[in-house]
Design a protein. Structure first.
Length: 89
């Protein structure tokens, strides 16, 4: 099945790779001073950095919380097993 998929996709991939140079932009032949380059809108980076750090910290806290819950469940199961083993002897 994988060979059939490869056999069907390979010609398309090779065609795209062969056409890539034709689709490339023309190289710039001369130097353009920075004053002549059109200005683009600048977005402040601080809010994005803050949001990125907040997402990472939330992910870490969620992971630690799930580990804490799992560890508590395992400890309860071990106590139950110890109680059952103690009552048998």
């Amino acid at each position: 099945m994988l060979r059939q998929l490869f056999a069907r996709c390979a010609p398309v991939v090779f065609l795209l790779l062969a056409a890539a140079p034709l689709l490339a932009q023309e190289p710039q032949n001369e130097f353009v001073p920075l004053s002549e380059v059109p200005r683009t809108e600048q977005i402040p980076a601080a809010p994005f950095v803050f949001v990125a750090y907040a997402i990472v910290w939330l992910a870490v806290l969620f992971y630690v919380w799930t580990l804490w819950r799992r560890q508590g469940r395992v400890e309860r199961e071990l106590q139950d097993l110890q109680h059952k083993m103690g009552s048998r002897s």
